[in-house]
Design a protein. Structure first.
Length: 99
């Protein structure tokens, strides 16, 4: 697991590494979460990215999908919700690698 509060640093980490899933906050320093996801997709990052936001509106959900997010979740996130999310993406990745 890697954590950062900076959108620019997160973009660099995503571009250099392989991750099972990325959980991206909409309210990051230097870049919004949607802008981070847009730039990551433009750079060819294939990691599944889930956007989280305190105010998960329909407009934000649409924007998140348009830029390449797999999902939008509203904060606060519960620990079981986060665990299930990560577990599902890890399982999906393993299945893809096996086939």
């Amino acid at each position: 697991m890697v954590c950062t509060a900076s959108g620019l640093e997160a973009l660099d980490l995503l571009a250099r590494g392989e991750y099972s899933v990325g959980v991206v906050d909409q309210d990051l320093r230097h870049l919004s979460g949607t802008e981070l996801i847009r730039r990551a997709r433009w750079r060819g990052v294939r990691t599944p990215l889930v956007l989280i936001a305190a105010d998960a509106t329909r407009a934000l959900a649409l924007r998140a999908r348009q830029v390449g997010a797999q999902d939008l979740l509203e904060k606060p996130l519960l620990v079981p919700q986060c665990e299930a999310l990560v577990r599902d993406f890890v399982r999906t990745r393993r299945l893809r690698e096996e086939h």
